[in-house]
Design a protein around this ligand. Structure first.
Ligand SMILES: O=C(O)[C@H](O)[C@@H](O)[C@H](O)[C@H](O)COP(=O)(O)O
Length: 257
């Protein structure tokens, strides 16, 4: 089992409900700037895990327009998951991030840790590609497992999937590996590489970016303490904070208070 040696005691859960998706995105982008600049002040380098999905990419586009005092040359960037398809496939999360943000800010290419594509250095060997990502995480950590990320962004599917961790799957139940290959994703494409829940949960801050009525049941399940096997989103928590950025539709099944 992967343990977090983070000393934080009482992680805070915060649920923010916005009138609409654009307000959600602009607030999360502003707060992203605050978290990354604070991490850089304290530790020099910020470690941030990006996500795909419409909200995750919209935040990156907002940051391309205004990223305040972020020193992009001192941000280590990772992905929570990616599709194991050719690099030029428009479904790749890293490609969408390149278009939305990375092409527009002075990131250090050596600090941009994309998951391998199916036409990358490991060819079609998805297990080798996943193992290599685990090696990268290990090498960039102080304890040999994975970094304690300053921030892990998460989108969420209507059935509660986060990264490529779907309900009732081995990947969601994984407690030893930091990164696994998924070859039968219920949502296409079937082949993906994903961080596991124990490594997500090494993050200081875990943020859910969720809009739309089709997500309301999963949001309510996570807030009600559901079993992560049923609702993987219920198993993701930051060691310092867990923040739910919701629009009103996504929050519609939460208790009124
Ligand atoms: O892996 C995938 O198939 C998607 O990228 C998925 O995980 C996405 O992030 C969520 O469904 C949230 O998407 P939205 O932000 O568009 O709701």
């Amino acid at each position: 089992m992967i343990a977090s040696d983070n000393p934080h005691l009482e992680p805070m859960t915060e649920t923010l409900v916005f009138d609409d998706k654009s307000e959600l995105v602009s607030t999360a982008a502003q707060r992203f700037v605050d978290v990354v600049t604070a991490a850089q002040r304290e530790r020099g380098v910020a470690h941030v895990v990006l996500t795909g999905g419409s909200n995750g990419i919209a935040i990156l586009a907002a940051l391309a327009a205004n990223s305040g005092e972020i020193d992009w040359s001192n941000v280590e960037l990772y992905w929570g998951d990616d599709r194991f398809v050719p690099d030029e496939d428009p479904e790749r999360n890293v490609g969408q991030a390149r278009d939305a943000l990375l092409a527009h800010v002075p990131v250090d290419p050596a600090k941009v840790h994309a998951m391998a594509a199916s036409d990358g250095p490991f060819g079609d060997d998805i297990d080798a590609a996943a193992e290599d990502y685990a090696r990268i995480l290990s090498e960039l950590s102080t304890g040999g497992v994975a970094p304690e990320f300053d921030l892990h962004l998460l989108g969420m599917g209507g059935e509660g999937h986060i990264n490529s961790l779907f309900p009732h799957t081995e990947a969601t139940a994984e407690i030893s590996k930091t990164v696994v290959a998924v070859t039968d994703s219920p949502k296409p494409p079937p082949r993906r590489i994903t961080l596991t829940l124990p490594v997500v949960n090494r993050s200081r801050a875990v943020w859910f970016l969720v809009a739309g009525a089709d997500k309301a049941e999963a949001v309510a399940a996570a807030h009600g303490g559901a079993d992560p096997a049923d609702w993987p989103c219920a198993g993701a928590h930051g060691t310092a904070e867990t923040v739910w950025f919701l629009d009103e539709a996504a929050a519609s099944h939460l208790p009124a208070d």
